[in-house]
Design a protein around this ligand. Structure first.
Ligand SMILES: [Zn+2]
Length: 327
């Protein structure tokens, strides 16, 4: 009898334990699935971004929304404490092919100003109806990615001298909208323009002694930079960071690397480095380094408050390895 009771208790406990663990497992599975969905759908990012935007809309200061990361940094440098700024495209998402949700559009509409890069990278811009819009690339001398269909290369922010022009455009736009803070915007911009000028000088000095002029970026984002500093860009993807890359293209780029004797293949921080690694594997003594198009920031970079200038110096340093410059 005693034995039966012990056996029965054991059985009941086993059933209880097993159902408890099954529940735990199911919950874990559920939260894993949710996490995956959060990472893979724009809903999650739009929700975060909308929260962020909402706090801007509730402030008394000039409410400025920027389209994507480098523009946001330029705006913050100029506006300082005099504005409430916010990002439409979350910094961890690259801006090509982004589509704002109806919620995001409505929230941006209720801000005072939308600042954007222009040149077609924000192809949703016509859907936004803020009181004011500042086109940061207005009046810039642009070049084309594809002359046949007149596709303009939008990556002007990677050339520090063109970035200066964008900063001036943003400064002038903010002054026109919010004249009371004219001096603040002017002086803040002046400081940042000096930083950009120093960056340009450092790049020129850094690239003086290089043995090579060709480099392989991941996507074709460095054309303005290359033109400014007399370099030749080749890129694994000619149609944006998320585009599918064919094996024919990979074979072509491997041939380019071999014929130009290049040993560094560049990848980006916000994309899968696999393609760059595939190319690098085919080339002797090669390695993959990051050459950032500065279209966003990783979570770690955001936490460390890494900015545009720091990232440009990192780019220079990595580029100097690939171009075999005196370090
Ligand atoms: Zn790009």
């Amino acid at each position: 009898m005693k034995r039966k009771i012990i056996l029965l208790s054991y059985l009941i406990l086993s059933i209880l334990f097993s159902s408890y663990y099954q529940n735990m497992y199911a919950q874990n599975q559920e939260s894993n699935t949710t996490l995956e969905l959060d990472l893979n759908t724009t809903n999650a990012t739009s929700r975060n971004s909308t929260d962020d935007l909402q706090s801007v809309v509730n402030s008394d200061k000039l409410k400025v929304v920027s389209s994507f990361y480098p523009i946001d940094e330029f705006v913050r440098k100029i506006g300082g404490d005099s504005i409430e700024s916010s990002l439409l495209i979350p910094a961890t998402i690259e801006p090509h092919d982004f589509e704002p949700t109806i919620n995001q559009i409505q929230t941006v509409d209720s801000a005072d100003v939308l600042v954007y890069n222009g040149l077609g990278i924000e192809n949703w811009i016509a859907k936004i109806n803020t009181a004011h819009k500042i086109d940061a690339s207005n009046g810039l001398n642009v070049s084309y990615v594809d002359k046949r269909n007149m596709t303009i290369d939008p990556h002007v922010w990677l050339d520090p001298l063109l970035a200066k022009k964008e900063v001036e455009n943003i400064r002038d736009g903010l002054i026109m909208i919010d004249t009371n803070n004219r001096d603040t915007y002017f002086n803040n911009a002046k400081n940042f323009l000096n930083e950009l000028e120093n960056l340009d000088k450092t790049i020129r000095t850094g690239l003086e002694s290089c043995k090579k002029k060709d480099f392989i970026s991941f996507h074709n984002s460095f054309s303005y930079f290359a033109k400014q500093y007399g370099l030749n860009q080749h890129s694994i993807s000619d149609t944006g960071p998320e585009a599918e890359i064919t094996s024919t293209r990979l074979a072509e780029i491997i041939n380019i690397a071999k014929s130009l004797d290049l040993h560094v293949i560049y990848s980006e921080e916000l994309i899968d480095p696999r393609y760059a690694s595939i190319v690098a594997q085919e080339i002797p003594d090669s390695k993959v380094l990051v050459l950032s198009p500065i279209e966003g920031l990783t979570k770690n970079e955001q936490d460390a408050r890494t900015g545009y200038i720091t990232k440009m110096y990192e780019n220079l340093s990595n580029l100097m390895v690939g171009l075999e410059c005196n370090q």
